[in-house]
Ligand binder design. Structure first.
Ligand SMILES: Nc1ncnc2c1ncn2[C@@H]1O[C@H](COP(=O)(O)OP(=O)(O)OP(=O)(O)O)[C@@H](O)[C@H]1O
Length: 635
């Protein structure tokens, strides 16, 4: 068998599989054709200068077809895909038509799904649980559990994930993760699918299976568009439409079989047995001389919708697009309250399943509790050790500042990637997500705090009064919440590398201001430092703990017999010595709540800004542009 016969044989087999899979594919969707004309996209690179990435490209992607966007590295494939999907709006000027009508981005996002290159999943959920959550969020309560399960089973079969349905997503192979990403977006059967390099990181067999699957989805009536890196001849033969980009312009558009005749028409000859996809990419990147302009002219920068030796096929005109019905559809599959409850149970399950992480935290809190209890053993009621007991309170606050903040800085950037995918694909709104996120973590933080307090409070012999115990726990809880919210506000914008530096660095002034001026009267502290102290939530935490332990009508502390004189025997005396005589428990709580809300609000707006895909204007635009051109915050 010659190589060509081999390829033909493989193609026939794949075609058979595609036909069978296409029959299984859920309800057929209304066709959606995408046409774009003179599309430009630029990014700011300096204060005055923009880099033009897409240069007046045009093109036409038909429903029922699998389209590949190919090109040399840096040609603009991902950018074109992102702009078409609406994932990047930025400085783009364009005319994108959907079924002949100007694209309304809000409506289009209800029609399309975007599968990103990186497969980020909720790692402690199984494949089936992930799909069930997606179905609950996207289909809502109007679809019965049985119907959802039927759809899920069909999708699992179609994507050959049935055998892995009970596997945790963290344990899936690269190919399975990619298929799960596709499966999750198939739940509400979108008519348009965009995929950014779906075969990256997959071996030949998995790549072939992935592209075969995409073709079967296209055969089900969908418009499937993917960017792809140098596909093998086998894979290349599966695409219905090929769109080749070089230097931000279109150098070919049409059927893969037409590439060789197209190049021949320009007097460029493809060597025998050479993969035409590789050859045209080599030609467009200048390996065989400068043919770029010639190719762009021949295809009219994509205005010629399908280069063919034969007549160009007539363009389909959709009369009953059904897009108007979609405009009326709600933005999400279920109400905000339902989104909140589904997400809250998913997050709680995630934390619960990640029991090793939870266990480590519990062990650390118990271990540090025993250590602190041993170091400050029985200091709480010992008048000769009052100043050390103050140290114990301060050390406890440092623990509850760093322990919640550092994991948040490391964990949250990964979570943001997942939110980006799910939010962009309209699984849920940001408000529901953010409330669920904020609430889901509180019980687990509280359990760890209570375990620590139970040990140290008894071992250090702090006053055993219900009111003081509750107040002590509340202050520690508030410091925990503030610290985690602070860590999340930092990591919502920064990468792990930047966040892990910025978080602890900003904690230093927080710590310094919390104990500044102790030992002398507050009136001796310069005014600007006194004002700065209001910016340290830890200061309020410390005041809150000291007033809880030493405030109120507490009896005198016990001065050991071997001590001649205990100057800090009177509880209020310590508060005077450390400049906290005016401390008030409720004021401390109020300020910590205030900072907690501020950090939460800042984090929310940063997240919203990152997820929002529309073009900002005025001052926000200027600030955004300044940050983009001067800082690389995410990498
Ligand atoms: N935010 C940005 N700032 C500056 N240049 C950018 C930015 N985004 C993309 N580019 C540039 O635009 C060009 C196209 O990028 P794009 O990621 O679309 O290329 P690609 O064809 O997908 O490349 P690859 O195949 O290597 O992934 C590249 O030269 C890239 O450096």
């Amino acid at each position: 068998m010659t190589a060509i016969d081999n390829l033909q044989h493989w193609r026939d087999m794949a075609e058979n599989r595609i036909q069978n899979a296409a029959k299984m594919t859920m309800i057929r969707r209304q066709p959606v054709d995408i046409e774009f004309t003179d599309l430009c996209y630029s990014v700011p690179v300096s204060r005055t200068c923009n880099k033009l990435i897409l240069r007046n490209v045009s093109g036409y992607f038909k429903s029922g077809e699998l389209t590949a966007i190919l090109g040399p590295s840096g040609a603009g494939k991902s950018t074109l895909l992102n702009v078409l999907a609406g994932y990047r709006i930025g400085d783009s000027t364009n005319s994108v038509l959907v079924n002949g009508e100007t694209r309304d981005i809000k409506t289009f996002r209800k029609l399309s799904r975007y599968i990103m290159q990186e497969d980020v999943h909720q790692h402690c959920l199984t494949v089936l649980e992930s799909l069930q959550t997606a179905a609950d969020l996207k289909l809502g309560k109007s679809v019965s559990k049985e119907v959802k399960m039927k759809q899920i089973t069909e999708i699992l079969d179609l994507l050959r994930l049935t055998n892995s349905k009970d596997t945790y997503t963290a344990r899936l192979s690269g190919g399975e993760k990619k298929r799960l990403s596709i499966a999750l977006e198939l739940v509400n059967n979108p008519p348009v699918l965009f995929l950014d390099e779906p075969t990256t990181g997959l071996d030949d067999l998995s790549s072939a299976q992935c592209i075969t699957l995409l073709k079967s989805l296209a055969r089900g009536g969908r418009t499937v568009i993917c960017s792809i890196h140098t596909p093998s001849a086998k894979l290349f033969s599966l695409f219905d439409n090929v769109y080749i980009v070089a230097q931000g312009q279109c150098v070919f558009q049409g059927c893969g079989d037409d590439i060789v005749p197209f190049l021949e028409s320009l007097d460029i000859h493809c060597p025998k047995h050479y993969n035409p996809a590789d050859f045209i990419i080599d030609v467009s990147s200048g390996e065989y001389g400068n043919h770029h302009e010639k190719m762009v002219r021949a295809i009219d920068n994509g205005r010629k919708h399908r280069w063919s030796k034969k007549e160009e096929p007539p363009k389909l005109i959709r009369l009953d697009s059904g897009i108007d019905d979609i405009k009326e559809m709600p933005d999400y599959g279920c109400s905000s309250l339902d989104q909140f409850t589904i997400l809250l149970s998913r997050m709680s399950l995630q934390i619960w399943r990640d029991w090793s992480n939870f266990l480590i935290k519990v062990i650390i809190h118990l271990g540090v509790g025993v250590l602190m209890g041993s170091i400050f053993y029985k200091y709480g009621n010992d008048a000769s050790k009052t100043i050390y007991n103050f140290g114990f309170c301060f050390m406890s606050l440092i623990l509850f500042m760093y322990v919640p903040m550092l994991p948040a800085i490391v964990w949250f950037p990964q979570e943001v990637k997942c939110i980006k995918r799910e939010f962009f694909n309209r699984w849920y709104g940001l408000n529901a997500y953010y409330f669920a996120l904020s609430i889901s973590r509180i019980p687990f933080q509280m359990v760890q705090g209570i375990l620590y307090i139970a040990i140290v409070y008894l071992m250090t012999e702090q006053p055993l009064e219900i009111e003081r115990i509750v107040k002590f726990t509340s202050i520690v809880g508030l410091v925990t919440l503030c610290s985690e919210a602070f860590g999340m506000a930092i990591s919502a914008r920064l990468s792990i590398v930047n966040g892990i530096f910025v978080g602890p660095a900003l904690s230093v002034p927080n710590l310094l201001l919390s104990v500044y001026g102790m030992g002398s009267s507050i009136t001796t502290v310069p005014m600007w430092i006194r004002i700065s102290m209001y910016f340290s939530y830890l200061r309020f935490g410390l005041e809150g703990l000291i007033v809880t332990i030493y405030g109120g009508a507490r009896e005198h502390l016990i001065c050991p017999e071997e001590e001649v004189y205990c100057p800090l025997k009177i509880p209020r005396q310590l508060m005077k010595e450390v400049g906290m005589e005016d401390a008030n428990f409720w004021r401390s709580c109020f300020f910590m709540m205030f900072y907690f809300i501020i950090f939460k609000v800042v984090c929310y707006f940063i997240l919203r800004q990152r997820l929002k895909r529309s073009r900002s204007s005025g001052l926000f635009w200027l600030i955004g542009r300044f940050i983009k051109t001067h800082f690389n915050l995410n990498h």
